[in-house]
Design a protein around this ligand. Sequence first.
Ligand code: ZN
Length: 97
Amino acid sequence: MRTIRQQIIELLQQRPMVVREISQETGIMEKEVFDHLEHIRFSVKAAGKRLNIEPAVCLDCNYSFKDRKRIKHPGRCPKCKGTHIRKPEYSIANISL
Ligand SMILES: [Zn+2]
């Protein structure tokens, strides 16, 4: 039987997904998805792959959270304090040599 992490890795190799979609596809809670993504970020490296994160963007001022190191969603924009934030998308790709 495949583990949740294997399922998430397979899903993210097919197309980019937000955490809510991963949660719906796997039947686990969103906060559990974050825990798995934190692990997957490191574990896929050994398989020559990389977890790509399309950064969250503030929909009020277009601020990009691209320098953000943590995987969890930002709550509000540090620039305009807005809370309309497009969620980050995650995908897994082979590292091209
Ligand atoms: Zn903003």
